[in-house]
Write a protein that binds this ligand. Structure first.
Ligand code: NAG
Length: 521
């Protein structure tokens, strides 16, 4: 009668689980309004749990259910649910117990201390960083919900325990910190971008009250004698702090990882670049090493590895200058949207859905060798110190180029390396990295929200499962489209301010820094 036994054990587990959830609901209800978006999540997850523990639900019913977040949770292994629910401690409703919110001075101090300490969490369990350790650099702003799902996807990846995750933050937040430090499946490090708008709200690199407003005319700005009157961008606009931060942060992070951290002194392996709203397939590290061995064997000029390009899912009802029209969005959303716009302009990819997998995911993985292009190959791409040294040599092409997009700046650099070909990329045709954050920013009414996208990606990967972990690749060499090979002449603007260019350049001048041990009292 093992069946009966299982049933009763399961019943006990379910009842216990429900009791714990009830407790949590009571606790979180009493702290109501404290979470930015965590509270909402929690309820969704509660519903998800109920669905999950109901054995009668079939896959098909789940597919047809209205609440996609139930579907999402159903496909997350139970032991990883903690990453979708972890909150800072001391939020038990007694307001005097809560972590006090830090003021800017305190945040700056904390950032300095963490950056000096260069602490690597879990190093004792997973061993020290080796020279060939894959470093996964994740740029994080404030999109906690997406970050949770990225972590869940990383947790399920094979060989993740041999990597180092470096979370690079431009926003200091205890809830994000608690989540990141709760990761127990590999080595983790946090680095904090020290020139953020959060820590410089009323001075450069934030917005100084005496900075010229974006749309001021040049003559008027000169008359006003505002700070940056002489440095509008190529469109005649003055800098907007929020649009420059992403490029600064990307550049600082790359410099920090390759040039400054003590633990990367002899590092020769790959650094893979991800963002908070990406999602990885469980075999992404396998694919990375397959791309690497393909490059080593048959494409020595392939300096960049890319785990996949964008698959277009959603229509954006957009035209014109989004920078003006979406002022009600928070700034990272605006930046993302502006980037989407730009990407749309440069590409006309067909729409996709998860029926595409038999074509893209096959036992012999198709890869493409092509010139690296910013908007095509900026997601889940990796390079090593050899490439970084080329970038360093031409850093002025990055820092002085009037474009607030780090990827276009890198493309510009790639096209202007004296005596050298453009960077080539070897890209996996069946994507192993997905952009789950492209949706849910604007039209709330439609079913284009985070859960919908995550659920689609989960399903796609489930369907592609028989084709994951391919052992061979078939490579196709392409020249890239004419559009993609066109030499960039003008940038997209937003980077005309001499202060931005100097800050960028100064970031390259910082040398290797030793770890400061922190002794806790
Ligand atoms: C920030 O907090 C610290 C200690 O809690 C306090 O000494 C300091 O005056 C505060 N600074 C500001 C600008 O409020």
């Amino acid at each position: 009668m093992p069946r009966l036994k299982y049933a009763s054990v399961a019943r006990v587990v379910v009842i216990l689980g429900l009791f714990c959830l009830w407790l949590q609901i009571m606790l979180s209800a009493s702290t109501g309004g404290m979470y930015r978006d965590g509270g909402q999540d929690h309820m969704i997850q509660v519903q998800g749990m109920l669905v999950k523990t109901n054995p009668i639900r079939t896959e098909e019913e789940l597919m047809n259910a209205n609440d996609t977040s139930e579907q999402v949770l159903a496909l997350v292994p139970p032991e990883l649910h903690k990453y979708l629910t972890v909150h800072p401690r001391n939020n038990s409703g007694n307001s005097t117990d809560r972590i006090a919110v830090k003021n800017i001075t305190e945040i700056k101090q904390a950032i300095k201390r963490f950056n000096e300490a260069q602490t690597i969490y879990n190093e004792d369990i997973f061993g020290p960083v080796q020279n060939d350790t894959v470093i996964i650099a994740i740029q994080v702003h404030t999109r906690l919900t997406y970050l949770r799902h990225l972590i869940v996807s990383l947790a399920q990846a094979k060989e993740i325990d041999r990597t180092l995750l470096i979370f690079s933050h431009d926003y200091y937040d205890e809830e994000i910190n608690t989540l990141v430090r709760s990761i127990d499946f590999t080595k983790v490090m946090q680095i904090f971008y020290p020139y953020s708008i959060q820590t410089h709200p009323h001075e450069f690199p934030g917005m100084d009250p005496n900075d010229c407003p974006r749309d001021t005319k040049f003559e008027q700005a000169v008359k006003l004698e505002c700070n940056n009157a002489l440095y509008p961008d190529l469109h005649g606009h003055y800098r907007e702090a929020k649009y420059t931060q992403t490029k600064h942060h990307w550049w600082w992070k790359a410099n920090r990882i390759f040039n400054q951290l003590q633990s990367t002194t002899g590092h020769t392996g790959y650094v893979l670049f991800l963002e908070e709203d990406h999602y990885v397939a469980e075999d992404f590290l396998h694919i990375l090493s397959l791309l690497k061995s393909t490059a080593d064997k048959s494409c020595p000029q392939c300096e960049m590895l890319s785990l996949g390009t964008y698959l277009k899912t959603y229509q954006y009802h957009v035209n014109g200058d989004k920078r003006k029209k979406n002022m009600n969005l928070n700034y990272i959303q605006q930046v993302k949207l502006a980037n989407e716009q730009r990407r749309k302009k440069h590409e006309n990819n067909p729409t996709w859905n998860f029926q595409v997998y038999p074509h893209l995911y096959t036992a012999t993985q198709k890869v493409e060798i092509t010139p690296w292009h910013s908007s095509m190959h900026n997601m889940g791409f990796a390079f090593n110190r050899t490439v970084w040294n080329h970038i360093m040599k031409q850093q002025s092409q990055f820092c002085a180029y009037d474009d607030y997009n780090w990827d276009y700046s890198l493309l510009h650099l790639s096209q202007n390396m004296p005596g050298r070909e453009k960077f080539k990329v070897i890209v996996c045709k069946g994507p192993r990295v997905f952009h789950i954050g492209e949706c849910g920013i604007h039209h709330k009414k439609s079913n284009c929200n985070a859960s919908t996208v995550i659920s689609k990606v989960q399903k796609l990967l489930q369907n592609a499962k028989p084709y994951l972990y391919p052992t061979r690749v078939s490579a196709q060499v392409t020249a890239g489209g004419a559009k993609h090979n066109k030499k960039l002449v003008k940038g997209n603007g937003g980077w005309g301010d001499i202060r931005d260019q100097e800050l960028c350049t100064n970031m390259t001048k910082v040398g290797r820094q030793h770890r400061h041990m922190i002794f806790y009292a």
